[in-house]
Design a protein around this ligand. Sequence first.
Ligand SMILES: NC(=O)c1ccc[n+]([C@@H]2O[C@H](COP(=O)([O-])OP(=O)(O)OC[C@H]3O[C@@H](n4cnc5c(N)ncnc54)[C@H](O)[C@@H]3O)[C@@H](O)[C@H]2O)c1
Length: 361
Amino acid sequence: MKLGIIGCGGIANGKHMPNLKKLKDVEMVAFCDIIIERAEKAAAEYGVPGARVYSDYRELLENEKEIDNIHVLTPNRMHSIISAAALKAGKNVMCEKPMAINYDEAKKMLEARDESGKLLTIGYQHRQDPDVQYVKKEALKGTFGKIYFAKARVLRRRGVPIWGVFQNEYEQGGGCLVDVGTHALDTVLWLMDNYEPKYVVGSVYHELSKLPEEMQGNPFGCWKQEEFQVEDSAFGYIVMKNGSTVILESSWALNMLEGEAVQYELCGTLAGCDNFTDGSLRINGVKNGNMYIEKPSFNKGGVAFYEGTAVDPRAMEQKVFHDACLGKGELTVLPEQAAVVTRILDAIYESQRIGGPVYFD
Ligand SMILES: NC(=O)c1ccc[n+]([C@@H]2O[C@H](COP(=O)([O-])OP(=O)(O)OC[C@H]3O[C@@H](n4cnc5c(N)ncnc54)[C@H](O)[C@@H]3O)[C@@H](O)[C@H]2O)c1
């Protein structure tokens, strides 16, 4: 498989390129970034000898006829534009989350996918987390019964990204909700296997973004109040057509003590589960007249000289996509599912704007 990387910043260097490099049948042959030095550095570090570099994705798509797959790793606004262009150029596409800056843009990606007959997937790597995979298998077996109440949370006490364009409304389409809330909601909807929202009530806040530097305490460094255009926290109450309820909580900065990671809690008619305590999975239920808590262990590490069988979820995400492109398996993240996540996040913003619930067709 010959690959092109578009956007050579944090997530390209932190997730995609190092994990793609581990796959045997993959060659990274072209790299694009509007900051050309980033494309050059990526080509030198991860590319095949003679890998080409570009500062304009359109030139890459025009020139690189032999490329099979494109990874779209730019800020959010360009996700739909570049993904649709790459699909129309006959490439399979792995696009980072969130799928797009809004549902209308997400639909354009689905249309381009349908027209091209190529594969499109979105970078929700938490679906590959061992605990999430375990819960999914249990959910499919019916362990939880009907899941009628769930919580999806990513609450950072302080964790405002200050690099790139994360605080820029035009480039990103939103703040913590589309950046981290999107992961939590995606995880929970997938575990519930429920993509039919009925209505949404949302609250969106720009509160701690107004703090002066001495009250920020942000581990990534201080933000500038005047550049912080997007929300610092957002919450949603989502009612599904089958009556199930999901509460979504997301923040980059909130005066609270729990949270940080992607968290989920599922409550079903037969059992429940959560990862709220130190990130470990707990399954709760009643057996033989007594309440129980089960804590599966995901320690697949080896001993001295033997590695064990642990697989990094970020590596698994790349492998699943490439196997699917080779016809050796199914995608884990379907773009139709990611589009529903985007639609619900849109509705949270809209609910805040109109001051009431947003109903779906
Ligand atoms: N899956 C995850 O957990 C995760 C984590 C972090 C970021 N992301 C997503 O990855 C995307 C990028 O985030 P990042 O942290 O890498 O940001 P970043 O700012 O570090 O990198 C983005 C890169 O894209 C380049 N770029 C901008 N516009 C471009 C264009 N039109 N063509 C080519 N290159 C362009 C920038 O110059 C930059 O190098 C975002 O959509 C973000 O939501 C996902």
